[in-house]
Design a protein around this ligand. Structure first.
Ligand code: OMP
Length: 238
């Protein structure tokens, strides 16, 4: 059993609220129920609408993943994580490529400052990248090998899990075991538009491969009936 499976939310779906219009985001949130999904706030909404927007979602009863992907020197990253955790969020992330000392320092700061710290997750290789993108930044390994290497570093650093593509979930479950959260964006229900994502998978296959959580943005947020799409995804996993 993973750490978060004891939560009140019955679904592994995390809806990515990537909007530049607060009212549109709130309109969507009003149609969602905290027992049926979690919410993710990323760089766009946090930059535009700040901590108050995040706190309002937490107050509505949602588990909030604050996706700011910190990557900086250890002291700065740790302080940023403590600041983010003070908003009452359920999950935070840092880039695994910031290294072991950065990750350990952030984790330690959260444990020292909070009785119940949020989950701290390391981002491995972005789901928008494939092998040719990796080659462009000097990585000659395959995406799966690079993810495995970074996920092992994340585990050794004491973090709670990783962000990876569902395509790597099976490999990571074999390599790292069960007690480690696999948060998987790049989720696309059959027939939906890929957009800028490259390493994608359907919700059902992702869960069957060992994913703990499914981050789903545009297939839900851009749908004519977002609540219905969420319902269908949840039903496909039952
Ligand atoms: O950390 C993330 O959430 C993340 C990591 C990653 O590798 N790929 C990725 O797409 N994401 C986020 O997941 C969401 C995916 O949104 P859609 O592509 O619209 O489903 C976006 O908010 C991304 O910022």
């Amino acid at each position: 059993m993973t750490l978060s499976s004891i939560k009140a939310c019955n679904s592994p779906v995390i809806v990515a609220l990537d909007f530049n219009d607060k009212n549109k985001a709130i309109e969507l949130v009003e149609k969602l129920n905290p027992s049926e999904c979690r919410l993710k706030v990323g760089k766009e909404m946090f930059t535009l609408f700040g901590p108050e927007f995040v706190k309002a979602l937490v107050e509505k009863g949602f588990d909030v993943f604050l996706d700011l992907k910190f990557h900086d020197i250890p002291a700065t990253t740790a302080k940023a994580c403590v600041a983010a955790a003070s908003l009452g969020v359920w999950m935070l992330n840092v880039h695994a490529s910031g290294g072991q000392v950065m990750m350990q320092t952030a984790k330690k700061a959260l444990e020292e400052n909070f009785e119940n710290p949020p989950l701290l997750i390391g981002v491995t290789v972005l789901t928008s990248m494939d092998e040719s993108d990796l080659a462009g930044i000097g990585v000659t390994k395959s995406a799966a090998e690079q993810v495995k290497m970074l996920a092992t570093l994340v585990k050794q650093s004491g973090l709670d899990g990783v962000v990876c593509s569902a395509q790597e979930a099976e490999i990571l479950r074999d390599a790292i075991g069960q007690n480690f959260e696999l948060v998987t964006p790049g989720i696309r229900p059959e027939g939906s538009d890929k957009g800028d994502q490259k390493r994608i998978m359907t919700p059902k296959r992702a869960i069957d491969s060992g994913a703990s959580y499914l981050v789903v943005g545009r297939p839900i947020t851009q749908a004519e009936n977002p609540a219905e799409v969420l319902k269908q995804i949840n039903a496909s996993l039952a």
